[in-house]
Design a protein around this ligand. Sequence first.
Ligand SMILES: Cc1cc2nc3c(=O)[nH]c(=O)nc-3n(C[C@H](O)[C@H](O)[C@H](O)COP(=O)(O)O)c2cc1C
Ligand code: SF4
Length: 847
Amino acid sequence: MTRDPRYDILFEPLQIGPVTAKNRFYQVPHCTGMGYLRPRMLAEMRGMKAEGGWGVVCTEYNSIHPSSDDLTHTSASLWDDSDIRAHALMTEKVHAHGALAGAELWYGGARTGNMMTREVAMDLSSLPNTAGHPFQTRAMDKTDIRNLRRWHRKAALRARDAGFDIVYVYATHTYLLSNFLSPKINTRSDEYGGSLENRVRLVRELIEETKDAVGDRCGVAVRFAADEEIGEAGVPIHGERRDMFAMLADLPDLWDINIADYSVEMGVSRFIKEAPLEPYMDFIKNQTSKPVVTVGRFTSPDTMVSQIKRGVTDLIGAARPSIADPFLPKKIEEGRLEDIRECIGCNICYSGDTLGVAIRCTQNPSMGEEWRKGWHPEEMNEKRSDASVLVIGAGPAGLEATRALGKRGYSVTLADAGKELGGRLPREAALPGMSEYIRVRDYRAQQFHKMTNVQFFLESPLTAKDVMEFGADHVAIATGAIWRKDRFDGEAFVEVVPEGAAAEVLTPDDVMDGRLPNGPALVYDEDGYYMGGVISEKIKAAGIDVTLCTPSEVVSEWAGKTSERWRIRAHLMALGIKTELAQALTSFDGKTATLACQFTDAEKQLPFSSVVMVTHRTPNDDLYHDILALAGGDAAELPFTLTRFGDCEAPAIVAAATYAGHRYARQLEEEVDVDQPLQHDRVDVGAQGRKPSKAYLDTLLLYYEEEIEGEAYFAGVADRLAEPHHKQAFQLLSEVETYTAKAMRPLIDKYGLVPRPEADLHVTGRDQAAQEISDWDALIEKMDKIFPDYIASFERLEAMAPGAEDLPGLKVATAHEVAAVEFINRERAGASDSLAPLRHFLKTGTS
Ligand SMILES: Cc1cc2nc3c(=O)[nH]c(=O)nc-3n(C[C@H](O)[C@H](O)[C@H](O)COP(=O)(O)O)c2cc1C
Ligand code: SF4
């Protein structure tokens, strides 16, 4: 297939300062929960986007100095040269596919807690920490500003040396530079505050200095907000932004334009649809001759073309669409629009950042797994056999398993008891604002049409007997979960309706099936994500009075991680939905709900006709257990493999279900090392690549030579001793030295060390023996003083070893000293078996 000529404009190259983007697909900076902590995972993931056709692939925000540390949100860093090496992993992978790599330099100011580095955060004045930490910033003086400029320049140089083609001045998102620009926040009275010109000064200086530092090799971009805030009914308040922009208009090589309100810019689909920034962009392209990129959760190529043709933007910026489908540009280029995996706007990707874990995506289960599991978003491992698979349940887990198994080449049958594909998806997508969730089903259903090896049957409830008769080689159960009517009190599931009471208690399943409360309703939310809010909204839309009650102190607590909690709360307030916070529902008798304060247990009674329990779910796993029962409870006795996954295994979010289905498909008939299911991306202090230190090599050689000398020394002393036991002891000690030298020899050869000739070492040893005292007790006493130190010396040598593979030889060396000391101890104690430790060592190489 070829691309539709209507989309040609998306594939036109564009110059950005000294570099040229091959097309208009621009992955704007977005964090991943990986940052400087997981560089290999990050590099593989960004490389995948370049492979998928993105013309520019940027990093996440890149801290320029330890005084801007956002952990537990994992940023990237450009603090020292080790960062160059880490970033180079990414730029090489991005360049390999002809894409440009961009680095966003970042200084957080009052948004950073510096919880890891413990540096004092700085901002333009003594500001409270805006991320909620009980710290304030130091007001930056002139020295601080000079330092900041130097750090920024150094970071830009490091970015260039790491191979980046675009370097950002990041002047938005309420971080330090946007505070300097702000007429409200910037109250400085020096040349960096006050007038517009003064407030723009620092950003101007940084743009100029970055251009000066790297402008010959890299394009310099500025991320900038087109408005100061969003007013009533979403009308932008531009403030002085137009003038500010005009002052800088042609200074950078690229403008990356966003807006002040993150909840619109990165809004969830429940509230914000495609291309929401367009109304804010009206003055941008008129005022600059430089290329412009902006965002808008673009997944439709028609919208993209329209934005470029109408002069809204030159490049199609994308964070989430590139996460949901790293191959989006390629699919447009190849005329495969039906293959695009459209972002659903759930912001689960962002929750990875909030939680400090690697990114995940509802639509793209391979996101974040490119390096550690080797998953490619478009390619599957080939099937291992001609086996057939029966997947039961067409919700997100079953759909993804079927699609991915089909792609592997297996013959797959998907069966569902329902009337349509999707399981929970069409039901939830019908709730207020949730329509885009249906894309999870639609993308997969669309793929089935292309696969002759996949068939699906609806309205086909199966019993365990049916499954046995079906004759598949593999059976996968993905039958979902149903909402419960009780609640969890921290220890057990408990009923809220007193025994004998007649009370209407509904669940989200009832409401989604169209059964609404018969009067004023209490929606009781223990789930804490979006369901409590959307169910409340659905009931309210039917004209029924609703109160949302939760044991949490905030509404939709988990939705804070996807950055939609504030919107949800504001929306519920606007709809007139009342809230009861930090209250547990302890009882409902049909007329009165009793709520207990989570802190004091104080109870209050409120009148309701109905309660909707948005609490927890029960896995729908009867079929799984029925099948197992037919085999006496032992899956190994079945004529097929039996697996359950998704909500029917452990109820969770949709992203967990698509991931579970995908993993099943990837791993079917593959050997999976359950002890090591994934690669571990963290600083590896092991042997690989670590060079032996000079001290280690010098010591190794010295000790080896001393063993050869020792062999001659002990033999020489033995010759001089008359008493047979004494003579034997020293002969054994000589053999112990020989044994040890042999054990160390491979290391001497490994590192190409050149010992003095053995004959010379023997001469030295013999000379020492000739001068040694021959009184036995004095000899043992002398050895008792010296030998314990030898043990410590060999242990130090072990610690200096560059890797674990040197340790066996070194441990033999340490053991020989331990054996010698044990011999000395026993000899001093007059033990009859004093030679045993030496003999043991000569047999085993251990002490
Ligand atoms: C997971 C995630 C992380 C983000 N991290 C950053 C960041 O590090 N720096 C930044 O300037 N913007 C960041 N953003 C905002 C995006 O660059 C972008 O402006 C926003 O997501 C809207 O674009 P989209 O609709 O294409 O997702 C992030 C967005 C997401 C979804
Ligand atoms: S997690 Fe959700 S919002 Fe993020 S990219 Fe995937 S589908 Fe889009």
